[in-house]
Structures are given as C-alpha cells and as structure tokens.
Design a protein around this ligand. Structure first.
Ligand code: NAP
Ligand code: GDP
Length: 349
C-alpha cells in the first residue's frame, strides 16, 4: 500500500520540492491549488501528468485556506496518511499591507485545517500525521542563536500569525493527542524561490544585468542577517519529522548567518561585478519593524532526526545565480525575437 500525502501550498517553492521528494519515495500526492486567472502551477509543470494516464500519483484540487468546506472535501477525497500545511501568504513585507488577509490564511487557515483533520480522523478511523510550516520569523527580536527553547517575539503580521498557528498546532496535539509536528524553519531558498524574496530578487537581477535587461536594483535594509539554507534540504526535514514515533517541534537551520550585503557580494562577485555600481536603496522595501538577526541552532534536529544541511550559503547563491543567468539568456533571446519580456515592476514589494 502506497502512503498518501496531502500538501497545502503545493504550488509554492517548498511544495514543489516536497512533491518531488514524496513521489520519489513512492507516495501518492494530493495538493490544493488556488484558482487564478493565470496558470500558477509553473513549479509543478514538469512532473504533472494528465490524471487520465495510468499510474498517475499526483492529483491537484482547487481550494483555499479560507474555505473549510473544501478542506474537508479534499481530505475525504485524498484520504491522506500525512498532511503538510505549507499554504501561506508568506511574504513579511506584504503582511504589513495585508495584515487581515495574512492572519486569515496563516493563522485561521491552519486552525480550519486542524479542525478538518480532527474530524476526518474520527470519520475515517485513522491517525493522520500533520506537519505545520512554522518560521524563524516567529523568533523575531529574540537575540540569536535561536533554538526550540527561545521565546517567540514576532515583528510582523506574518510572524504573529505563524505564532498563532504554532500554538494552535501545539494545543491540538495536547488536547486531542493528534500527531502534529511544528517545523521552525529558517529562511530557505532555491532557484524556485519567489522573485520578491531577497535572495532571488538579487540573483534574478544579476542574471538580467549581465544580459543587459536591467540597469539598477532597488533594495531595502542591507544590514539584516539571515540563516539561509537550501529548500531541497529543508523538505527532507519536514518528511523526517513525520516519520518519528512521537510528534515534536524542531528548529531547522544551517547555523551560519550572513548579511544582505554579503549576499550581494557573493551574487555579484560570482559574475565579476561590484554591486555598489547597481544597487540603490528605496525606503519602500524597508519594514515598519525589522528582524535584525536570525541564526538557528538545529542541534535537536541533528540528534533526533539525523538531519544536517548539505548545501551551504555560497554554493546556494551560486546555484541560484547560474540558474538565473540561463533564465535571463532565454529572456534576451525572446526579446531579440520581438517578444515582450515582462521585468518585475518597481511596484512589487
Ligand atoms: P511560497 O512559495 O510563498 O508558497 C506559498 C504557497 O501557499 C503557494 O502555493 C500559494 O499559492 C499558497 N497559498 C497562499 N495563500 C493561500 C490560500 N489562501 N489558500 C491556499 N493556498 C494559499 O512559500 P514557501 O517558501 O514554499 O514556504 C512554504 C511554507 O513555509 C509557508 O507557509 C511559509 O510561510 C513557510 N516558511 C517558509 C520559509 C522560507 O524561507 N521559504 C521559512 C519558514 C517558513 P499560489 O502559488 O497560488 O500563490
Ligand atoms: P524574510 O526573512 O522572510 O523577511 O525574507 P526576505 O527574503 O523577504 O527578507 C530577508 C531580509 O532581507 C529582510 O531583513 C529584509 O528587510 C531584507 N531586504 C533588504 N532588501 C530587500 C528587498 O528588496 N526585498 C526583500 N524581500 N527583502 C529585502
């Protein structure tokens, strides 16, 4: 019997990596996607197959974290052994513009899903394992290094909502004996990272500058420090948490932090450019309250899960720059052939 997983947020960066990992382990994977006027399954397109074909193991369902009826229906349809709750309005800066929506999808959305899973377990007479995507942003202003015992001090509507989701998850574990793990993941990146997060924004700009498609890069706070790891390594940790005998909470991090300035040094340095010739600061990218320094201590995950990061900062940024150089080369070819190439507008956060 194949194991069945249900992933919310399957179209995001982590959803794409986790889906590949689980399909590789023989799982049947169900995912919830949002209806949009444009296609939003780009990160899954190379692994998605027509469900009419034989042996298909990836199924997508329309739904939204604001719609508990659909969450219940999809749970019944998928009949999962494991649920990975990755869906979120996940951008910290945007959460200041859309605080209510962020809290609705991140905090209440998690509660809706927990409640739906609780009911589904009773109906189906089976135990479902639940992964909750927590974030190092929950530590916010708590000084580094941060581990599972560090107090939360969230500094954005996104982070406050993730703290609420974390405690909903703990409460459901304690109140109903559910198998729920909170992963407290530090920033993790990849060539599939959304283009408005700082690493990808920088590596996309490097590619476009090299290919003559962009002249300037407008940025916010260059002094912030983050513990940046590779998304491919981090989804392994999610899966490992659900394979343990007992549910628990784990910090997942590399144990190394770098400033945004160092990120610029590595990314521009890789193509022999000095970022100071291209980068300008724009106040719109500052946050009303900033998180200055995140640096994780993942000792517990190493000891209990046997998990360790494989890809380090420099290698990660180089991988992303190489990917984005190729992407920009393709964009240039299209532009030379007379096609319109849409570059990220300055209106994006
Ligand atoms: P992401 O790329 O922004 O993906 C978010 C996913 O959630 C997308 O599939 C998105 O759908 C979906 N989503 C957004 N609002 C939704 C709603 N109302 N209903 C249903 N789905 C919705 O994020 P990620 O980097 O993969 O991160 C995965 C999870 O881990 C998130 O919960 C994030 O907050 C958390 N996290 C991420 C990091 C990190 O560094 N990446 C660190 C710690 C925690 P669309 O594709 O349609 O937008
Ligand atoms: P976060 O840690 O979840 O907020 O991930 P981000 O990648 O969005 O931001 C990481 C850090 O980079 C934060 O401290 C931001 O303030 C900083 N930063 C500086 N300039 C920018 C920018 O132009 N865009 C983004 N997204 N972040 C920036």
């Amino acid at each position: 019997m194949r194991k069945v997983a249900l992933i919310t947020g399957i179209t995001g960066q982590d959803g794409a990596y986790l889906t590949r990992l689980l399909l590789g382990k023989g799982y049947v994977v169900h995912g919830i996607i949002r209806r949009a006027s444009t296609f939003n399954t780009e990160r899954l397109d190379d692994i998605y197959r027509d469900p009419h074909e034989p042996e298909v193991r990836l199924f997508l369902h329309y739904g939204d974290m604001s719609d508990s009826t659909v969450l219940r229906r999809v749970l019944r349809l998928a009949n999962p052994d494991e649920v990975y709750n990755l869906a979120a309005q996940s951008h910290v800066r945007v959460s200041f513009d859309q605080p209510e929506y962020t809290a609705d999808t991140v905090a209440l959305g998690t509660l809706r899903l927990l409640e739906a899973v609780r009911e589904f377990q009773q109906e189906a007479g089976k135990r479902v394992k639940f992964y909750q995507a927590g974030s190092s942003e929950m530590f916010g202003a708590s000084p580094p290094p941060q581990n599972e015992r560090t107090p939360f001090y969230p500094r954005s509507p996104y982070a406050v909502s993730k703290v609420a989701a974390h405690w909903f998850a703990v409460n459901y574990r304690e109140a109903y004996g559910m198998f729920i793990c909170n992963g407290i993941l530090f920033n993790h990146e990849s060539p599939l990272r959304g283009e408005t997060f700082v690493t990808r924004k920088v590596t996309r700009a490097v590619g476009r500058i090299v290919h003559g498609l962009q002249r300037k890069l407008y940025m916010g706070n260059l002094d912030a420090r983050r513990d940046w790891g590779y998304a491919g390594d981090y989804v392994e940790a999610m899966w490992l948490m659900l394979q343990q005998d007992e549910p628990d909470d784990y910090v997942i991090a590399t144990g190394e932090s770098h400033s945004v300035r160092e990120l610029l040094d590595v990314a521009f340095g890789y193509v022999g450019l000095d970022w100071r010739d291209y980068v300008e600061q724009d106040p719109r990218y500052f946050r009303p309250t900033e998180v200055d320094h995140l640096l994780g201590d993942a000792t517990k995950a190493r000891k209990k899960l046997g998990w360790e990061p494989k890809v380090r900062f420099r290698e990660l940024i180089q991988m992303m720059v190489e990917h984005d150089l190729e992407l920009a080369a393709r964009e240039r070819t299209l532009r030379e052939a007379g096609h319109t190439v849409v570059l990220p507008g300055t209106a994006t956060p």
